[in-house]
Design a protein around this ligand. Sequence first.
Ligand SMILES: Cc1cc2nc3c(=O)[nH]c(=O)nc-3n(C[C@H](O)[C@H](O)[C@H](O)COP(=O)(O)OP(=O)(O)OC[C@H]3O[C@@H](n4cnc5c(N)ncnc54)[C@H](O)[C@@H]3O)c2cc1C
Length: 478
Amino acid sequence: MKSHAAATRLLRRRLGAKIVQSTDQALAAAAFDSLKIPFLPEAVIFPRHHADIGQVLALANAHRVPVTVRGRGTSLTGSAAPRRGGWVLDLVGWKGIRVDAESGMAFVQAGAKVADIHRAVEAKGWFYPPDPSSREYCTIGGNIACNAGGMHGGKYGVTRDFVLALRGFLPTGEYVEWGTATKKFSAGFNLRDLWIGSEGMLGVVTDAVLKLIPKPPARWTLLCAFRDEVAAFAAVRGLFAQKVQPSICEFLDRYSVICAERKTKTTVFPGQAGKPVVLLELAGSASEVRAQKRQVLAWARKEALAFRAARNREEAEKLWDVRRKCSGAMFELGDSKLNEDIVVPARNYAAFARFLDGLRRESALPIPTFGHLGDGNLHVNIMYRRANPAERKAAEKAVQRLMAKVVELDGAISGEHGIGLAKSPFLRLQHSPAQVKAMRAVKRALDPRGILNPGKIFEPFEVWRHRRLEIALPWDHK
Ligand SMILES: Cc1cc2nc3c(=O)[nH]c(=O)nc-3n(C[C@H](O)[C@H](O)[C@H](O)COP(=O)(O)OP(=O)(O)OC[C@H]3O[C@@H](n4cnc5c(N)ncnc54)[C@H](O)[C@@H]3O)c2cc1C
């Protein structure tokens, strides 16, 4: 990898050694994200002011130094790892959050933790629905860059649906504002939405204006068990056809349920152990929730093998515990997990369930699957033992089969995590040569020297050939 020592020295002279750090500790901490494949940078930059960021990028552009922006490094795809070395721009210190209770908008800095945004807006009676499971760790800048989603996606939408305006810098170091703090903006090309989901490759987000909605005053939770996965999928499709829109609709297949049951040492439904479940939440005004509740109970009586409604928040929390515990519990099945976040259209749920059964048989690997049925975003978890070469090979093959099938079923190879390094070999399954060419043209137009997060998305990366660090991160098994 090319050294950029002279440019780094120049930057340190301009911004100081507190802002431009190259200690072993700083470099090691910025070398990897949750994919745990490390690439050492030459410096980590902790900017204090907007002007610092402008200077960093202008200098990087002039000297062709790769720059990778970093939030908290919870990305599961390697998108935050500095594949080509160079500089890491760490924005975690940019934590500002201001809620305007009158307009229903939040003014946030890129490093603000998503759970802190939730707490700040809810304290003022507002609601910011995007809720990745990593929300106690990840930043809003990372969520914008990955267009993060969560359990509320089906009813309310994902990060993109709540961003009104962005401020930040082009890779050339020029300051830009996309949109303003208004609910409408139709003045010119929409580069705001181009930045959202661009995985830190088209610009650096420093600040965002988020749209809020009133916090729903009433909520109600129901857990339903089904005979098998196909029955669960068919029942949920039937519920949506009745125009019922749960605020959350989470699915756990039988393998995920078994994991959670082992972990919690309880059965979800006495007498129905190891059956797939769907966890529903209704939210809205008390009268809306009452009306939908009647409809949902009638549906559950007809479709479910067993169901249990929460009588209060404490009982609801117990039901949610099953969902929260299942992901971490899967490590009983193997020390390594390929956590895929594919999307399947509802009309193809049954075909996908049959495919997964076949994939389990063929690979001889445990593949517990859970996810958000409100928007078809399913987490397919391929579990294997790292020290076992046959299992590693089988897992690699299973991912390839999975991605090809998802595209064949008109789905998406990622619904929320993005492409980064891990899914780069599959980009061309999803996108035609003309589509990839158009994306590359956009990249060239905004980043002519290719300095921002190079080596991602377009250049296939073989995860399998790289050793992953064997370290525990605070959010592992969450
Ligand atoms: C346990 C766990 C659960 C998860 N659950 C979910 C989930 O439910 N839903 C979901 O969507 N994701 C989930 N994720 C993935 C991850 O948390 C998200 O992708 C998150 O958006 C990353 O935020 P971050 O601050 O950690 O960003 P990082 O990992 O630091 O960076 C991610 C990408 O964003 C870019 N980036 C970061 N900040 C900026 C910025 N200010 N400007 C421009 N680019 C920037 C980086 O360059 C990189 O490409 C989960 C991850 C873990 C480990």
